[in-house]
Ligand binder design. Structure first.
Ligand code: GTP
Ligand code: MG
Length: 293
């Protein structure tokens, strides 16, 4: 039996969460077309007969200045230090810059590293192959081109991941695929749907706080959540004309929550304005972005 922790690293929007979900075979981490979707490190457990790979999906590496950005950066650092190896996910449809190559070189010199050249389904093959060739010159580095969206070459990647694991017993029970509580998953699902339906200028400022999560005697789960935005002007946009946008977010989130919880869900969303919330310790703590010591 082999097992180990593998940090999934890379720039925002590279496809780290899509890949984590595809390898785990369950949705553990939310995905959106916007950069900086993932904010916490999220464990996704791949269980096979002869191995357990514990993937740690991380926020895309970036350089914001808020307390929330500092939390996200710390999540990446702690994922790296807790892992036996790293998957560095690259968007294969783009040409990597020299900072990216420098980061990969330094990563490969300090920990077993695989570079995953993702989005091969939309990448210009010639450009992607040039990236693969350039990466292949780096010492102690494996390179695997894949598509997380179409699952192309994932079995090959899984073989390489197995090679990074150690002879060890599993860390988690075999039927477990994430370490996050349902309350966290519920907040993330609401945030994913908000990211999906809202205009580009708002979502970075959005947080979701679950204020009620009760399973009634009738078997129905009643969930209430605050969608927190930064500006008064954002509130009417999130609510939409006649409440339509919030309704779309709520319907999509409820459907997914019903699948997750395998039962009926009543979901009520409220929009709250909390200006500067990304630097407000009390709000960040309520949203789980500041860990209680
Ligand atoms: N065509 C294509 N799109 C992909 C692929 N993998 C991911 N995507 C898309 O790329 C976007 C970003 O995917 P995510 O998985 O959220 O990226 P991420 O690296 O986790 O991003 P952050 O959490 O913001 O750091 C989404 O729109 C995905 O659907 C792929 O293999 N092919
Ligand atoms: Mg992500």
């Amino acid at each position: 039996m082999k097992s180990g922790f593998i940090a999934v690293l890379g720039l925002p929007n590279a496809g780290k969460s899509t890949l984590t979900n595809a390898l785990v075979g369950e949705k553990v981490s939310i995905v959106s077309w916007r950069p900086q979707t993932t904010r916490d490190k999220i464990i996704g457990i791949v269980n096979q007969d002869d191995c357990q790979a514990v993937l740690i999906d991380t926020p895309g590496i970036h350089t914001g200045k808020s307390k929330l950005s500092a939390y996200m950066a710390e999540e990446v650092t702690s994922a790296k230090s807790a892992s036996d190896g790293a998957l560095y996910v690259l968007d294969g449809s783009k040409v990597p810059d020299k900072d990216t190559y420098a980061f990969i070189r330094s990563l490969a010199s300090s920990t077993p590293t695989v570079v995953v050249v993702n989005k091969m389904d939309i990448a210009d093959k010639a450009v992607a192959m040039q990236t693969v060739a350039k990466l292949s010159e780096i010492k102690n580095l494996e390179v695997v081109p894949i598509s997380a969206a179409t699952k192309e070459n994932l079995p090959e990647l899984m073989k390489v991941i197995k090679g990074m694991l150690k002879d060890n017993v599993p860390y988690y029970p075999e039927d477990m695929y994430t370490d996050k509580p349902l309350r966290f998953m519920a907040a993330e699902i609401v945030r994913e749907k908000a990211l999906k339906f809202l205009l580009a200028e708002i979502p970075h400022g959005i947080g979701v706080e679950i204020t009620k999560f009760d399973v009634g005697e009738d078997g129905i789960t009643r969930i209430e959540a605050d969608v927190i935005c930064e500006k008064d002007t954002h509130k009417p946009i999130i609510i939409g004309k006649g409440g339509e946008t919030l309704k779309r977010i709520s319907i999509a989130a409820r459907k997914e929550l019903e699948t997750l919880l395998d039962g009926q869900v009543f979901l009520r969303l409220f929009v709250k304005v909390k200006s500067g919330w990304k630097d407000d310790g009390a709000v960040l703590s309520a949203l789980g972005y500041i860990k209680k010591k």
